[in-house]
Design a protein around this ligand. Structure first.
Ligand code: FE2
Ligand code: FE2
Length: 148
């Protein structure tokens, strides 16, 4: 059973970033499974490396979007968002170090996966979309939320 499942409610509406988020959850599930089932093997380390590499790529992509924000609210959001990314990478790197040291920590993996969905997908990335829309940097998608 996967640690955490993607749900459509997590979609922020920027397709490449949604694809990344979905893939990141998959990497978390793989790492969690590797630690549960096949430790000690190189599989868990490989899964940890894959996850960290994917996080770096994803955060760089978001950083490029965040750099386009120029209004005070957007700049403020960017600073806070980037700090959260750094904190998250620090935790992922610490988790990788525990794997290397032979101390796989399932609770830490679970906690990090929950943090990803909690701050990343649900809050900060949605806020980023709001700032990008406010500054005219994204096309406005009109969803049919109201009955016809
Ligand atoms: Fe993200
Ligand atoms: Fe983010």
């Amino acid at each position: 059973m996967p640690l955490i499942d993607w749900t459509d409610g997590m979609a922020i509406g920027i397709d490449p970033l949604d694809a990344d988020h979905r893939a990141l959850l998959g990497h978390f599930n793989e790492l969690h499974q590797a630690v549960a089932d096949v430790w000690p093997t190189s599989a868990a380390l490989a899964a940890g490396d894959t996850l960290i590499d994917a996080l770096h790529v994803h955060f760089r992509q978001e950083q490029q979007l965040l750099q386009r924000l120029t209004l005070p609210g957007g700049i403020c959001h960017r600073e806070e968002h980037l700090i959260r990314h750094e904190e998250f990478l620090d935790r992922a790197t610490a988790l990788r170090a525990e794997l290397v040291a032979g101390r796989p920590n399932r609770k830490a993996i679970e906690s990090l996966a929950v943090t990803l969905t909690d701050f990343e997908l649900v809050r900060f990335d949605f806020q980023m979309v709001g700032h990008l829309l406010r500054e005219g940097l994204l096309p406005v998608k009109t969803a049919s939320l109201l009955p016809a």
